[in-house]
Design a protein around this ligand. Structure first.
Ligand SMILES: Nc1ncnc2c1ncn2[C@@H]1O[C@H](COP(=O)(O)OP(=O)(O)OP(=O)(O)O)[C@@H](O)[C@H]1O
Length: 277
């Protein structure tokens, strides 16, 4: 993305944001609360249309990108809300992600053209293989609602992976996970890097530092740093941005304080860990 601006009313959520993800690279996007990470993710997914700037993917400009076009472009994503279908089994949820309609476009999805038996079997096998890869094949027949949250997160990841995307967009994949689960997630993401590009929008510094090749740091909607983990960790601008975040989230801070800065815009539990975790 190049020169992306997004404003919500008077709030400039993103200003002149440019970044790129190289093939098979894991790019991390971090920043304190309210820095613009979710907005950036939503621009990359087509949920939010930028007021200015351009998106390019594999040499093509994406004008007016819409979320339903992603799969057809070879882009997979997981969302914070997971978005699993409660009345479908884990396996069916994953198969939906690989549905050939996803590749052949919105119209055929609307028409819900049936798959042939052979296609159905191949898809089922692929979905099962991804579930195995993520260590949750035992849960294939279960309903997502009957499973613990970390397992449901893996189901959502399996669904994004089953179409073998060239780019995987992950929005806060570590939220709600224990430290051990986060380590496992880190290993999983590292394992994907040889096969696809990953853009990881994440608040947990430890995860970002351990899995990302390159990191973009946002603050107040602008890119304030970009570089490898060590470089970013030492960057004074990054330290200052996170220190402000930490102070802004002190338990004594008034709940109804001014809403004009990153420290005041949050309200997401678990999002106040400073640099270094
Ligand atoms: N739909 C919206 N309407 C109005 N303001 C918004 C909207 N979405 C985001 N904002 C504002 O834009 C700025 C960036 O928010 P965003 O959610 O992208 O930041 P973030 O880095 O993801 O924060 P967090 O870590 O708290 O999730 C904030 O000031 C936020 O209040």
């Amino acid at each position: 993305m190049t020169g992306v601006d997004v404003a919500f009313g008077g709030i400039k959520a993103l200003t002149g944001v440019s970044l790129d993800v190289a093939p098979r690279q894991v790019l991390g996007v971090i920043g304190p609360n309210g820095a613009g990470k979710t907005t950036l993710f939503n621009v990359a997914c087509g949920f939010v249309q930028p007021d200015a700037g351009t998106l390019h993917w594999q040499g093509r400009e994406l004008t007016g990108l819409r979320p339903h076009q992603l799969a057809g472009l070879g882009i997979g994503r997981t969302l914070q809300g997971l978005g699993l279908f409660d009345r479908m089994s884990v396996l069916e949820n994953v198969m939906v992600g690989a549905d050939r309609h996803a590749r052949s476009g919105f119209l055929s999805a609307l028409l819900a053209l049936p798959r042939s038996g052979t296609e159905e079997r191949a898809l089922r096998e692929r979905a099962l293989a991804v579930l195995s890869e993520l260590g949750i094949a035992d849960h294939a027949a279960r309903l997502p609602t009957s499973l613990p949250y970390p397992v449901r997160k893996r189901v959502a990841l399996a669904r994004a992976l089953v179409s073998e995307p060239d780019l995987l967009l992950l929005d806060e994949p570590a939220s709600g996970l224990s430290n051990d689960e986060m380590d496992e997630l880190g290993a999983l993401i590292r394992g994907l890097a040889g096969r696809m590009s990953v853009m990881l929008v994440e608040h947990h510094m430890d995860l970002v530092m351990s899995v990302c090749d390159d990191i973009v740091v946002l603050d107040f909607g602008r890119v304030i740093a970009r570089g490898g983990p060590e470089e970013v960790r030492r960057d004074p601008a990054v330290l200052a941005a996170y220190l402000g975040d930490e102070v802004g989230h002190h338990e004594d801070a008034p709940a109804d304080g001014p809403a004009d800065g990153p420290a005041a815009t949050a309200g997401h539990p678990g999002h106040n860990d400073p640099v270094g975790g």
